[in-house]
Design a protein. Structure first.
Length: 113
């Protein structure tokens, strides 16, 4: 089941419509229904609350305003051991503590006076 903090892709009529992050899931006053607060990732960013059953949060299709809607949890890239190697077969340099080497994004240029 998608849960708080998960990134989801919302489909409308089987076409990707928008990404959203689940901000909160709380019980609704109707049994077996939940209030799902979504942060819709578009410009401008908006927040909305949908009242859904658990199976809809899990990816089953439902209708809203006569349109078929489906929520799909997005899985991020799998964090795995660093597979990159430097040319020549050497592995990435490690410092004395065993953690990865810090590579600056922007090299500072020295001023020449």
């Amino acid at each position: 089941m998608a849960s708080i903090g998960d990134l989801v892709l919302v489909y409308r009529e089987d076409q990707p419509a928008f990404f959203a992050r689940i901000e909160d899931i709380s019980a609704n006053h109707k049994p077996d229904w939940y209030q799902v607060r979504l942060l819709v990732l578009q410009l401008p960013v908006i927040e909305t609350v949908w009242i859904l059953r658990e199976e809809y949060i899990n990816g089953e299709s439902f209708t809203m305003g006569g349109h078929k809607i489906r929520i799909e949890k997005i899985k991020g890239p799998v964090a795995s051991e660093e597979k990159s190697t430097q040319p020549g077969g050497g592995s990435r340099e490690k410092d004395a503590s065993g953690s990865g080497k810090v590579i600056p994004l922007f090299k500072r240029k020295k001023r020449v006076d």
